[in-house]
Design a protein around this ligand. Structure first.
Ligand code: FAD
Length: 508
């Protein structure tokens, strides 16, 4: 066991909320230590529907505060990370017998007007007989509404917040579990365990942030030692990925007969993403898995709309995650609030803790600002809110300049195939140049593990983004897992064990 200096803030959890808070705090001058027990974004933050959205549906539950804040975030986040976030238009077919057209129009009117929309285009009505969006759908859907929201690569948003926090001086540890946190007067003593080696270590901090997502109550009771805590309702949500069902760049918003909705979204160039579900969950969130009933539900719901039904055999991948919703006592999982709640304990001689419950990817930056207000209430003010105008790593180019950025990369590296240049810009933005370095040909990028995943990219992810296993690279830092065969993935795994071993040896 080794001693370490006293940090201002210790953050438990490397999901979007933990990494967002760490980044904001270190940027204001606090010293920050963050521990994530698995990989960054390995919890809920890689399993979302990946929308930067106000949440049209939440208007039905009168969540005006949340919807307004989330709508305002759309353009702020896009501006700061135009590589991994972009605008998307959504087509909402009018379906007879479900929500009346006047209600949808009213919702979309509010959506267009309460959220400070400047760049995103407004809602319009579509005649589906003449619009290409009508083509893949059954002909009975004759009218639709088209509105704006945004798309985000959720797992990369987490990694980039962690990267920026580390660039500004935060310590970020992955595969490091907080096994115990005890108050000793004005300080916390936090015991950590490396989940790969079993080694333990103690860190001291003035304030603890509990951003453990679906584990937040578990951390409070088992790790911090508070009894009988119940703050979150765990709600499972699953998605299916099928081969591309339509060519249009727009996504669909389908209403279901049970009052719920699902999305069908263009995904990773060659696929369509369909989701999600809402069902209460119990157990360890790490074990969450799509059920047969969820698969049937998603296939049936999408088949109500698409002219060609969606079948089980179309599915190429599924993923599931658990929402840590603040338990407001709603009767149905889909009605539980999506807003976030921060709760504090301690202060005045007792080391403080701030817990975060609920929230959306979309509102993580605002949640972090609210968290910093609480933190500054305990530790004193250090700096002003700053993240609204600060690009994330690789996002330092104009919001509407993505294609120009791809062209610049092609000019600098003429040997790059157009698809690869686009993919690298989408993932790394201006930092694609760091990854490519002095390369003058594909051969300079090293081994190709399949689907143009080169050694240079893998090494970049190990050195800069805490990637340690093939799964980190294939399913969180990239989605190359959709393209690589089992054998190719195994070869990458073998290669990565080699580099991880060398990294550990070098550090010792
Ligand atoms: C199906 C689904 C769809 C969604 N769709 C959207 C959407 O389209 N748009 C949107 O804005 N939001 C969406 N959300 C919500 C959003 O994904 C979550 O609100 C957000 O990801 C929660 O992030 P988090 O950081 O709180 O939790 P997490 O991402 O789960 O992070 C918590 C982390 O804490 C770590 N941890 C736990 N205990 C310990 C410990 N003892 N020591 C160290 N680390 C620990 C975990 O490993 C985990 O990585 C969706 C959620 C789901 C489930």
């Amino acid at each position: 066991m080794s001693a370490s200096p006293i940090h201002d803030i210790f953050v438990i959890g490397g999901g979007i909320n933990g990494c967002g808070v760490a980044r904001d705090a270190v940027g204001r001058g606090f010293s920050v230590f963050l521990a994530e027990m698995n990989d960054l974004a390995s919890g809920t933050s890689s399993g979302s529907t990946k929308l930067i959205h106000g949440g049209l549906r939440y208007l039905e539950f009168y969540e005006f505060r949340l919807v307004r804040e989330a709508l305002m975030e759309r353009e702020i986040l896009w501006k700061n990370a135009p590589h991994i976030i972009w605008p998307m238009r959504f087509v909402l077919p009018y379906a007879k017998g479900l929500r009346p057209a006047w209600l949808i129009r009213l919702g979309l009117f509010l959506y267009d007007h309460i959220g400070g929309r400047k760049l995103l285009p407004a809602t319009r009505t579509l005649d589906m007989a003449n619009d290409p969006a009508g083509k893949p759908l059954k002909p009975l859907f004759r009218k639709a509404f088209e509105y704006s929201d945004g798309w985000v690569n959720d797992a990369r948003l987490v990694a980039l917040n962690a990267r920026d926090a580390a660039d500004r001086g935060a310590t970020i540890r992955t595969r490091t579990k907080v096994v115990d946190a005890r108050r000793e007067g004005e300080f916390w003593t936090v015991r950590l365990q490396n989940t790969q080696t079993g080694d333990t270590e103690e860190v001291k901090a003035r304030l603890l942030v509990n951003a453990a997502g679906p584990w937040v109550d578990h951390v409070l009771s088992a790790t911090v030692g508070l009894n009988d805590v119940h703050n979150v309702r765990l709600v499972q949500g699953s998605h299916i990925v099928i081969s591309k069902k339509f060519d249009d760049p727009r996504a669909y918003f389908f209403q279901n007969k049970d009052g719920r909705i699902i999305f069908a979204i263009p995904y990773e160039e060659e696929f369509t993403l369909i989701g999600t579900t809402d069902q209460d969950f119990s157990g360890d969130p790490r074990d969450v898995k799509i059920s047969d009933a969820e698969i049937d539900y998603l296939c049936a719901a999408a088949s109500e709309y698409f002219a060609q039904p969606v079948k089980r055999s179309d599915i190429v991948w599924t993923y599931s995650a658990v929402r840590p919703l603040y338990d407001d006592g709603a009767s149905k999982a889909q009605e539980a609030t999506r807003d976030y709640v921060l709760k504090t304990d301690g202060g005045e001689g007792t080391a403080p803790i701030v817990n975060t419950f609920g929230g959306k990817i979309t509102t993580y930056r605002r949640l972090s600002e609210s968290m910093l207000e609480k933190i500054e209430g305990f530790l004193g003010k250090r700096g002003k809110p700053w993240t609204a105008n600060a690009p994330l790593p690789g996002g330092d180019f104009p919001a509407s300049g993505f294609d120009a950025e791809v062209a610049k990369l092609k000019t600098a590296y003429p040997f790059l195939d157009a698809r690869l240049a686009r993919r690298l810009t989408r993932l790394y933005g201006t930092r694609a140049r760091m990854l490519l370095g002095l390369a003058r040909s594909n051969a300079d990028l090293g081994r190709n593990f399949g689907a143009d995943l080169y050694e240079a990219e893998v090494r970049y992810l190990v050195q800069n983004e805490w990637a340690m296993t093939a799964e980190d690279v294939l399913w969180r830092r990239t989605k190359r897992g959709l393209q690589l065969s089992r054998e190719q993935a195994a070869a990458l795994d073998e290669f990565m064990r080699g580099i991880s071993r060398r990294h550990v040896a070098a550090a010792e």
